[in-house]
Design a protein. Structure first.
Length: 258
């Protein structure tokens, strides 16, 4: 008796983002290549959250934050002398209304880039201001500094201007393009636990930046694919969600290219 064999059923990898979001990321990489060159992408050092890249002791002080900032400047090839770093108290909410070029966490501005003509110093330097609470979380501190330095690169060097509709998201994407994507992606959604005593605990979540974890997962997969990296070891530093999105996106890209 003949046996009817059914074909193997395979499951096509599915992206964790919409087609519109995928096209925006792909176009964003193309735009950044034209602005900064493809070599910046290919030669970017993937910065990891460990002592190899941040060997300095960190005590949550402003001096320690400045040291972190200098490290990020080196990795993003930004001259530290181009800006002044300031720390502002959390209650200084009016600062958020003075500029469009901020990165936010919840409803509060986490970092502010003062790059408008009226705020540039006589010596040509601009001001990057960071919310004091950031000093408690070095991961988010690095992500915020990277974003604000991204403004200095894109806005300060004239690659885009404030009329560019997606200037904030493309600045987040730039952090991936230049190797700081692990920090930006892991900070995209931060969960915190609070101990109120008496066995009472609560949780809160804050979102940092303008891209979702899913978009970061795809952008990081695109970053690795463009550089010819197969199963890069740096993915072990990604948060659980972002790593899952990265794997799904990598599988989709591999199938598309294959």
């Amino acid at each position: 008796m003949a046996i009817c064999r059914l074909p193997m059923l395979g499951f096509s990898p599915k992206l964790p983002i919409s087609e519109e979001e995928r096209l925006w990321v792909d176009e964003g990489f193309t735009r950044l290549e034209k602005m900064l060159s493809r070599s910046r992408l290919l030669e970017a050092k993937v910065v990891l959250p460990n002592d190899e890249y941040f060997p300095d002791s960190y005590d949550r002080s402003e001096a320690a934050a400045d040291t972190v900032c200098r490290r990020v400047c080196d990795y993003m090839q930004v001259d530290r002398g181009r800006f002044k770093l300031e720390i502002f108290p959390d209650e200084t909410e009016e600062l958020r209304e003075t500029t469009l070029w901020t990165i936010s966490t919840g409803r509060q501005a986490a970092g502010i880039y003062f790059g408008h003509e009226s705020t540039i110093e006589e010596d040509g330097t601009v001001v990057i201001a960071l919310r004091s609470t950031l000093l408690k979380d070095p991961l988010v501190l690095v992500a915020t500094v990277a974003h604000e330095l991204g403004h200095l690169i894109l806005l300060g060097d004239g690659h885009i201007d404030r009329s560019t509709p997606d200037h904030e998201p493309i600045t987040d994407l730039l952090t991936v393009f230049l190797g700081l994507g692990i920090f930006s992606a892991n900070s995209a959604a931060r969960f915190k636990q609070y101990d109120h005593g008496g066995g009472w605990h609560s949780w809160s979540m804050q979102r940092l930046g303008y891209l979702s974890q899913g978009v970061y997962g795809y952008a990081l997969a695109k970053f690795a694919a463009e550089r010819g990296e197969i199963k890069p070891v740096w993915t072990q530093h990604l948060s659980t969600n972002v790593r899952a999105y990265f794997k799904r996106s990598s599988a989709w890209l591999a199938k598309k290219q294959g």
